[in-house]
Write a protein that binds this ligand. Structure first.
Ligand code: ZN
Ligand code: ZN
Length: 121
């Protein structure tokens, strides 16, 4: 239970953490904690709707609290920086798709891949 709370606390401090990053932060306080426990706890928190699981195409997931305002991500493939952008453009896009195809979107999750301002200049 305390372990669970400390994992949530890490996610309150920063967003888009991987399980290994959380593990590195938390293990100091819980030497008996294993990486597999962190994964299991994150899966549980995800099932409970407490954390969002994100795939930025790195081969592993990143996590953030589900209480964050809905937003989307753009990830720099050179330095790994994750930029957040808001929902409205995507709402507009979903509406256009519905108008053209009749498809009604109830969930969208978008990650743009490219290079950030620093890396592209
Ligand atoms: Zn970059
Ligand atoms: Zn985010």
């Amino acid at each position: 239970m305390n372990q669970r709370r400390s994992i949530v606390r890490e996610l309150e401090g920063s967003r888009h953490l991987s399980a290994e990053e959380i593990y590195d932060q938390v293990k100091g306080g819980y030497p008996e904690l294993g990486l597999s426990t962190v994964y299991r706890t994150l899966d549980l928190l995800h099932e409970l709707g407490i954390v969002r699981k994100e795939d930025f195409g790195e081969g592993y997931s990143r996590y953030e609290l589900a209480t964050e305002r809905m937003h989307h991500h753009a990830r720099c493939r050179e330095c790994g920086t994750v930029i957040e952008f808001n929902e409205e453009l995507m709402e507009y896009l979903a509406l256009q798709v519905e108008r053209e195809t009749g498809f009604v979107t109830d969930w969208h999750e978008i990650t743009l891949h490219g290079r950030c301002k620093e890396c592209s200049s």
